[in-house]
Design a protein around this ligand. Sequence first.
Ligand SMILES: Cc1cc2nc3c(=O)[nH]c(=O)nc-3n(C[C@H](O)[C@H](O)[C@H](O)COP(=O)(O)OP(=O)(O)OC[C@H]3O[C@@H](n4cnc5c(N)ncnc54)[C@H](O)[C@@H]3O)c2cc1C
Length: 529
Amino acid sequence: MAGAYHAETFTADERAVLARHVSDVDSPVFVLTNLPQVTSAALFARYSRSAKSLRRLLLDEFLNSGDAGVAPPLAAETGKARASDLFGRVLAEYGDDSVAQLAGVHVACEQVSQPLAKAIEWGRLAGYLEQSTRYIAYTDRRDGHYRYHRDPELMASSHGDDYTAALDGLFDTYISLQGPLRTHLDATLPAEADQAARRRAVRALTLDLLRGILPAGTVSNVGVFGSPQAFEQLVLRLRAHRLPEARAYAELLNTQLQGVIPEFLTRLDRPDRGGEWVHYLRETARELEGDAAALAPEREWAPDGVTLVDWNRDGENRILAAALFPHSQASEERLLAAVRPLSEARRAALFAAVVGERRNRRHRPGRGFEHCEYTFEVVSDYGAFRDLQRHRMLTIQWQELTPALGYAIPREVDAAGLATRWRDAVGAAEAAHQRIAAHFPQQAQYLVTLGHRVRYLIKLNAREAMHLIELRTSPQGHPSYRRVCQEMHRLIDEVAGHHLVAGAMRFLGSDDVHLPRYEAEARVAASSD
Ligand SMILES: Cc1cc2nc3c(=O)[nH]c(=O)nc-3n(C[C@H](O)[C@H](O)[C@H](O)COP(=O)(O)OP(=O)(O)OC[C@H]3O[C@@H](n4cnc5c(N)ncnc54)[C@H](O)[C@@H]3O)c2cc1C
């Protein structure tokens, strides 16, 4: 290839073989095709210890039948076996965990309770997709049971029937309230131009409002895409988890993963590696539990709310200095000294330059914005927490789920005259929780509803705050996390006094939305016309 890039010379035979495994035989950029994951990962790992190009490595070390010439493409299994052998050597030579970041696996995790889903989704370096409580009505029964987790030990105990009755009561109520609430919403919400879109939006709002009565034991399906390293961490984390369901699930995961990517997971089942790691996680948590009980044993009550507990006092100046840094040859200290004395108008103009002209919420300012951090303590319903926890850039820590902080009934449910039925079902579940928690403290969490409150800490930088707040206040968002994020925005503005940061979030959705899904549903209808 003429021009800036050298084109390596290959024989005609080599080109023919390569063509099956790379998207382009000449370009400096090419995609690996038709290779087992382990082969691709081992190849990449060899990059760092070899002067050869990747195509040459592929020919010489993976596809070549010997010194004499090029073999036809290897059957996937043979190639994999050779790669596995090489992978062991490469890994030993390379001596770094990052080789396990060079592959990716899609894993379906089905029938997981909400606390387990949160434990799975804790890992940052993976992509997740989970069944929605907004589009799935959770009304069906499987093997005669509603969709909730049935812990084998609990079910075999004398508390099994108590647990079943309480959870069935919640699901029965969830189902029986759907019709009347939908009728009430339909009758009371303003008319919209598109009747079909309005109907779908009313259905979604009904399910949104009723999800608060679903128990945390409700099971859903979670799709996970991640690297072998992410899955190794996941198995370790679940093995060390206090929830028996999580520990059992770790073994289900490990069995499947060992069948597909065993080369990457050799440490997991070794007592001196994976075993020690789990021990470390478990013991650290156990120790801290003791310390927390000794230092602050009280169960503090708190209402719904968001508190800004900490932030960078000089955060806006730090953003300005960090944004200028890559465009300058001065130190950060010098840049800070230059921006601190600026007049308000000059600072605002400079800040506007940092933010740029954002035409939509995906236009986000650069990483200079990551130099200002905020810590919020939030008390919200578990449903809102569950959604916000999906943001992997957050540092988010939460407390164990109990009914102690109470729950709120959506005002629409109250207005429809359905609050008493809600209260009765949740009251029965709380009573069962009290009886069961003494014997099964972990499994008792399943009886707590998505409407019960939980306390959590969120630490995030201004760039992620912009993403989180703008996304989660958008009109199609769930009302409960919309409120949390609107409040976070207000606190950044009024308590931190970061008017420039707050003002940069120009796609904040702050109006009261009466029918969250309507606009989106109407857009879908219009685009399919
Ligand atoms: C209205 C609404 C409905 C939703 N419905 C569903 C649903 O039905 N089911 C469901 O599962 N989720 C649903 N979600 C959640 C959504 O899919 C995202 O998981 C969640 O909002 C986190 O967003 P994020 O990935 O952009 O953010 P963060 O995790 O905060 O990440 C910020 C950005 O960093 C990058 N990033 C972070 N981690 C990775 C990574 N591992 N790989 C690649 N890039 C990364 C991405 O660019 C991302 O946008 C919904 C969200 C909204 C607002």
